[in-house]
Structures are given as C-alpha cells and as structure tokens.
Design a protein around this ligand. Structure first.
Ligand code: AOF
Ligand code: ZN
Length: 393
C-alpha cells in the first residue's frame, strides 16, 4: 500500500540548498530529493498522530510510518491511553498485511521509549522488527524515558537521526513537553469580551452568552484539550457554570478537573460544580472548611496563605500530573495569573455586540504587560478570535 501523502513541502528549504548559479550536481540533487521525502514522511507521521487527540492524554500524540524504497508500507499512531505505542502499531500493521519490516526506515515523531510502562519498550520492538534506520522528530524529555531510546537503538546497530521537523513535532505535543520540562501545566487563558471590552452586562441583568455558536464550539475544543479548567469563585457565583466538555467531534476522554479558587468558602452547596458529579471538582481554599456534606466528586485543598500564589496552584496541579490548564475567568483571576506572568497563551474572543452598562472589562494591555504578543487574529461568525503567545516561544 502506498499512503497518500498530505505534504506541505517547504520550497524555502529546497531553494536554500540549491546552488545560486550553475548546474546542480547529481549528489546534491539526490540529497535534495531525500530531504523532501524525509520531511514528507515525518509530516505523515504527525498527521496520523492526530487520530489520538483527546484520547491519549496524559501521553503525547505520536505517529510512526515504516518506509521501504520511498514508499510507506505501514503506519501506526498512539491511539488511546493504554493502547499500543505508535511504533508497535506500525509494526503490527505491517505484520497484518504480510509485509516484511526488515530493512525499513521508521519515521517517528517522538523518540522511541526504552522502558516498560503500559507497553514494552518500542526500542525492542523496532530491533526485533529489523528496522535499519530510525528518523526521530523530537527527543522525549520524560525523565523515565529520556535519551535511552536513541542509545539503545544505536547499540542495536540502527542508524538514528534526530530532530527532523523538531519544532513542529514538539508543538504537536506542547502540553506534554511543557509539563515534562517544568512539572507545571501549560496555562491557556480564555476570555470573551463585547465590542467595548466588557466581559459582562450590567450586574442587575442575569449573565448571558454573547459569543457566536461557532466560537462556543471552538472553546469546547480547547476545553477538550485541557486536563483542568480553573475559575475564580466570582464566576461561580455569577454564572453557575458546569465547566464540562460538550460538542461535536469530541471523543471519549476523562473530563477535565474543575478547579475553583475559593479562598473563604463562598461556594454555594447547590451550584452545578458541587451537585453535578460529571467531573471532579477541586476547591482551593485558605483554611480548612467543613467538608462533611461534600459529595464524593468534590475535594478541598488548603493553601494557607492570605493570598493564594498562582505558582503554588500550578505546582500542586503539576504534581498531580495535570499538563494543561485552561483559565476561564473571571477578570480578577485573569489579572492574578497575568500579573504573576503565569499565562503561556491566551485566546480572546471579541464579539461585535454591545452589552451596555458598566460591567467589568478586560483590556489586552494586560496581556502585553505580562509578556504576551498577538500571534494571530481570525474572524469567526462575527467574532474576532485572537491568539496571544509568550514572546520567547
Ligand atoms: C513511544 N511511542 O507512541 C508514545 C510514547 O505509559 P506508557 O507505557 O504508554 O508510556 C508513556 C510514555 O511513553 C509517555 O509519557 C512518553 O514519554 C512515551 N510515549 N513513546 O515510544 C509512543 N506515545
Ligand atoms: Zn514506546
């Protein structure tokens, strides 16, 4: 089988290595073609890795293709937590079609693991399958895996290349990479404003949704990509949110933990987060309050400080293995995260409606002051969706 390649070849790469004048040598021509093919195979590995989105958390998205004489002969991806790793699925794919794997090249977006986790080591599977060359996108910074994969393959006589489309592969596994390196979740802030920067209408009116259906759908996709969603107690009192993941195309996955910063126990017993057991609720408070009536999905955690430092919250979530945190609101919580420079990226949805009144506002100046820059802006059904990222990334 030859898979169709969905490739976006970079012309700049090719032209950068072509001679400025004269005729291209045969060797240079061959090397150029090989480089184009290598990139195309790695892009295919990344493309199929997407099939595990929302399903492999907290593991990263990983894809692998096996190639012989310029053709993809087998493919695999990490499909769900506890399932086969990408390399093992690719080898199984070849076996099921009766295709020999001896002498193939494996293109894999993450360094093959060399440990016994939920599955046996991928390095052993690749050696057993007789793969002769392994091209890796990103190294695995997971402390239980780090470095061992490349060394084990080299010791087994395999040619190993590291770093093909590294930034793109790392980007696809952004949450995982960030958590492995910092032991804290990658923080995404999400805010919606009206055309005047207001985040809410007059306090005398009940709160209402003003972003379009499509941008709401998109925001559920971001929720689906998060392992925890955080709000301040003000948002719970005003909106009574359920903070669950809903919407089309969102596959089965564990619901994100719902985290509420509620220093002095103002949370109403009858609010959705306390009553509805669809996802765990974690209350962060500054002292011990009565939990005897709490249902089993509610947990209370005490951080005994007058003002709870955001860094402590992130450390605590990181220790629990939370790799991605979505900060949904409201203005006080956003400003705490921004002033402590704890937001890694922000999605701001600006609607063309006018909510009126003198409700609270959000100014993108605070994003700039926190070291974020505008990276993209897109029009979605009358809303303008802005993405802000850290300047260094
Ligand atoms: C690979 N190929 O497809 C993936 C890898 O708990 P386990 O056994 O599933 O191992 C998870 C760790 O293995 C994960 O944290 C990451 O370091 C690596 N993921 N490695 O060789 C794969 N998904
Ligand atoms: Zn593995």
């Amino acid at each position: 089988m030859q898979a169709t390649l969905n490739t976006k070849l970079r012309v700049s790469h090719i032209t950068s290595i072509l001679p400025k004048q004269g005729i291209m040598s045969e060797r240079l021509f061959r090397e150029t073609i090989e480089m184009i093919q290598d990139e195309a195979f790695m892009r295919r590995a990344m493309e199929i890795a997407e099939r595990g989105r929302h399903r492999v958390m907290p593991n990263p998205l990983v894809g692998c293709v096996l190639v012989r004489e310029g053709n993809i002969v087998a493919e695999g991806w990490h499909d769900h937590i506890g399932g086969l790793h990408a390399e093992q699925m690719a080898i199984a794919d070849a076996e099921s079609k009766g295709i020999p794997t001896q002498g193939t090249t494996a293109y894999v977006s993450l360094e093959p693991c060399n440990h016994f986790g939920r599955t046996p080591p991928c390095t052993e599977s690749l050696l057993w399958a007789g793969v002769s060359r392994v091209v890796i996108g990103a190294l695995d910074p997971n402390p239980t895996v780090r470095g061992g994969g490349v060394d084990a393959l080299k010791r087994g006589g395999v040619d190993v290349e590291v770093g093909l489309l590294e930034d793109e592969c790392e980007g696809q596994m952004g949450h995982f990479m960030h958590w492995c390196r910092n032991r804290r979740p990658l923080v995404t802030m999400k805010a919606s404003t009206d055309s005047k920067g207001r985040v809410d209408g007059p306090s005398s009116h009940p709160s209402s949704r003003f972003s379009s259906d499509r941008s709401l759908e998109l925001s559920h996709e971001i929720r689906a990509d998060s392992m925890a969603i955080l709000v301040g107690i003000g948002t719970v009192l005003r909106d009574d949110p359920s903070l669950t993941v809903r919407g089309p195309g969102i596959g089965p996955r564990d619901s994100p933990i719902r985290v509420v910063v509620d220093p002095s126990n103002r949370i109403p017993r009858e609010c959705k987060l306390m009553v509805d057991p669809e996802a765990p609720t974690l209350l962060i408070q500054t002292s011990q309050y009565d939990s005897s009536q709490d249902p089993p999905h509610v947990e209370r955690l005490v951080i005994a400080e007058e003002e709870i430092p955001v860094a402590r919250i992130l450390d605590m979530l990181g220790d629990r293995g939370v790799q991605s945190l979505l900060v949904e609101g409201g203005p006080f919580t956003w400003s705490r995260f921004l002033s402590e420079k704890m937001v890694d990226r922000a999605r701001i949805c600006v609607s063309d409606v006018d909510l009126g009144g003198d409700g609270p506002t959000f100014d993108t100046k605070s994003l700039r002051e926190s070291g974020l820059i505008l990276s993209s802006e897109e029009e979605v059904c009358g809303d303008s969706i802005e993405w802000w990222i850290r300047e260094s990334k």
